[in-house]
Design a protein around this ligand. Structure first.
Ligand code: AMP
Ligand code: ZN
Length: 112
């Protein structure tokens, strides 16, 4: 996806503050943080969103959640945190590349 901002981050065409990287996943700080810790965890392979995950992506989806949990430990979020993934226009997804928001570092208010 040439015009995908997260693919550009993966390709280092746009700078980001990376906090984790593996063969298939990267995580970086959200540019507009909604909590003291706000990190985006994304697959390096472009997937539009959780709605377009295929059966073959099940292990990757699991590893993305595991990566979130490991990063949460790295950021000392033992008191708890929130994982959010928005889907499509009605779900508030502004970047159409699958991403999990990791939010924490304070007592989070109800989001809905
Ligand atoms: P969503 O609205 O769920 O699609 O989330 C997209 C997120 O990407 C928002 O929280 C934005 O602040 C974040 N974002 C957009 N551009 C960048 C960027 N260049 N670097 C880091 N985060 C970004
Ligand atoms: Zn992309």
């Amino acid at each position: 996806m040439n015009d995908c901002i997260f693919c550009k981050i993966i390709n280092n065409e746009i700078p980001s503050e990376k906090v984790f990287e593996s063969e298939e996943i990267i995580a970086f700080k959200d540019i507009n943080p909604q909590a003291p810790v706000h990190i985006l965890v994304i697959p390096k392979r472009h997937i539009d969103g959780a709605d377009t995950l295929e059966k073959e992506d099940a292990e990757l989806a699991g590893r993305l959640i595991l990566a979130v949990a490991r990063i949460a430990e790295q950021f000392h979020l033992g008191g708890g945190y929130r994982i959010v993934t928005n889907i499509g226009k009605d779900g508030g997804q502004t970047v159409r590349h699958l991403h999990f928001h990791l939010l924490g570092g304070e007592i989070l208010k109800d989001s809905f």
